[in-house]
Design a protein around this ligand. Structure first.
Ligand SMILES: O=C(O)CCC(=O)C(=O)O
Ligand SMILES: [Fe+2]
Length: 220
């Protein structure tokens, strides 16, 4: 359906309002379909066309202890870049959100980085925080799911706890196509449960600029 530019603009502004309000009130939001369906569809097809060699084993933090990694997370990843049109389109959409949130919340979000994640059947990512206060410049996490017709019996839910010391889960997110989760990186522990089939997502982080002498810290 054709929509005039000013209507699209207005829709975006309302979505940014909704996200900003939720971040202020709750620190997180779960949106069943925030991005245009054409974009999620294109990302899905793009992902299906990638092969295993184009993914790498995911690490944790700055450490490179692969033994330990395997006990904490078992996904493979591929960073998004500007070279591929569909990846650039996604990054561009997040750039709009970055500006929208900075304007509303003065968060000082400086840039955004994101990777595709592939969890094979049985793969998981144990409870973790994406950022530790004072140790990273990641402040806001996004996760977009790219799994068509996901059924709850397939597992693979994202569990979210309200704060680092809490043991009561507040959200159980089904990794359904198009669902976008956004949360404050330092506040919410989360975990990916194993699934019975392949599970795909894009995990991303808005970062603040803590660079010294133009050296981004950490680069990734
Ligand atoms: O795919 C997900 O549901 C979340 C992934 C995650 O927590 C991460 O990559 O840090
Ligand atoms: Fe995470």
């Amino acid at each position: 359906m054709y929509s005039p530019p000013e209507l699209t603009l207005d829709l975006h502004q309302r979505l940014y309002d909704q996200i900003a309000d939720a971040l202020v009130d709750n620190g997180y939001i779960i949106l069943p379909s925030a991005l245009p369906e054409t974009l999620t569809g294109n990302l899905y097809r793009h992902l299906q066309a990638l092969n295993d060699q184009q993914f790498q084993r995911a690490g944790i933090g700055r450490e490179q202890d692969h033994q330990l990694h395997g006990e904490i997370r078992r996904d493979t990843i591929r960073w998004l870049g500007q070279q591929q049109a569909v990846e650039a389109e996604y990054l561009n959409w997040m750039e709009g959100l970055r500006e929208g949130l900075n304007r509303r919340l003065f968060m000082g979000l400086f840039d955004y980085e994101a990777h595709f994640s592939h969890y094979r059947a049985g793969a998981f990512y144990k409870r973790h925080l994406d950022a530790f206060r004072g140790q990273t410049n990641r402040v806001l996490t996004t996760v977009l799911y790219l799994n068509r017709d996901w059924h709850s019996r397939q597992g693979g839910e994202l569990l979210i706890w309200p704060e680092p010391d809490s043991d009561k889960v507040i959200e159980t997110v089904v990794p359904q196509m198009g669902t976008l989760v956004i949360f404050l990186s330092e506040q919410f522990p989360h975990e990916v449960l194993p699934a019975t089939t392949d599970r795909y997502s894009i995990a991303g982080w808005f970062r603040v600029n803590t660079s010294i002498n133009n050296q981004l810290d950490p680069p990734r």
